[in-house]
Every structure is written in C-alpha cells, then in structure tokens.
Design a protein around this ligand. Sequence first.
Ligand code: ADE
Length: 228
Amino acid sequence: MKPKVPVKIVTWEEIVEWSRGLAEVIEKSGWKPDVIIAVARGGYVPARLLCDFLDVTDLLSVQSQHWVEAAKAAEKAILKFPYKLDLSDLKALIVDDIVDTGDTLILARDFVSKEWRPKELKIAALQWISPVAKIKPDYYYLEVKEWIWFQYPWTRLEDTMQFITRIFREDPRTKGRALSIDEIKSLFMEWYGIKPEDLGFYWDLALRRLVEKGVLVKDGEGFRAGRL
Ligand code: ADE
C-alpha cells in the first residue's frame, strides 16, 4: 500500500555527495560567488559544505520559514530577524536544502535583493521539486518529480516526533485507547513507508521526548494520546 506521506531518509553521506555534486554544477557554470547566504535552518549544512567545496570564506544567513510541521504546510512564509547589509560589491549565492513550494526562497531572494543589494544574486538548492515549485533555482543537484518528504539528518528528531504526533492526531485507530509499541510501529510504517528501525536511536528518543512533553502518555507497556 502507498504510504500517506512518502518519506525518504537522507543520510549524512548523501548530503556530502549531493553538496559536492551541487558545487560541481556551480563550478562548471563558470560563475563563483563571493559570499554564500544560507537560508536558515535547512540551508545551513549545504551552505557550509558549499563554502568548503567552492573555497568561499564568507557565509551569512537569513531565516525564512514556511514549514511549521514536518510534511504539513503552514499558511505563510515569514522572514525572521531582518537586518541591513550592503553587499553591493559582492556576488551572492543563496543556498537552501530544497525548493518545495519555493515560497521561503522567494521571500529570502526578494529580501536579499532589496535590502542587501548584491552585485549579482543566484540561488542554489540540493533538490528541486519541479512539479510544485514556483521557482526554478539557478543551480540544483537533484530534480524531484514526485513529492516526497526528505527526512534530512539535521531534523531527524523533530521530524520523528512530528510524524508520531500526526498519527495520534489523525488516525482514528489511536482514539480512546492505548497502543502497544508494535501497533505504533506498524501505523508508522503504513503512514510513512519507512521502518522505525531505520531511524536508529532517534525512534526511542522521539518517544521519550513526546512523553516528557505530555503529547503521549505511558500506559502500561504502551502509549496513549496526551496533549496533542
Ligand atoms: N522542507 C520543505 N519541503 C520539504 C520536503 N519535501 N522535504 C524535506 N524538507 C522540506
């Protein structure tokens, strides 16, 4: 059966490979940025790796946020902590992990171009979900043709917690009773198409955090919904 929310777990090794690949695409174009601007938070790791692969020392950041919950859209992109800079002598590259709807990147691009005024401005992302994205980045490494939630290594815990929470919020089979660990694991596989075992220590950590936060309540050997 097709999962409700298809998820691919991305490894650290893949992130390094994809960033290296993206750096090569940029190098081959013959263009080189003077400064890299990471879109917080997803762009941090790729941006830092691009600095290394492209030999760029200057790294800045803007925080543009869209997704409040893993695999669920919040209504709007917002730019947190706007500040003023003068980049008029510099060629700038905005870097993010993925172009999904493109809203966060459009916001970051418009802000940087209007408020920081770089001499040139381009956009790079590891992945571009072409059928849903409102913009095509100047540089990307992988084109994604079918929407998937990419479970990046830097959001492993937060995503796992949100994945489990969503099951307890939305799946009628969790209502009004405690579920054994095996039942939760089986719902998790059904919803997301990945095995809890593939998340390593993050699975147990996520459950423990959810209990600490009161989202789940221990009930004998199992768990029931708390303050969801
Ligand atoms: N952030 C926004 N869209 C995403 C997706 N499809 N996978 C992972 N992170 C995302």
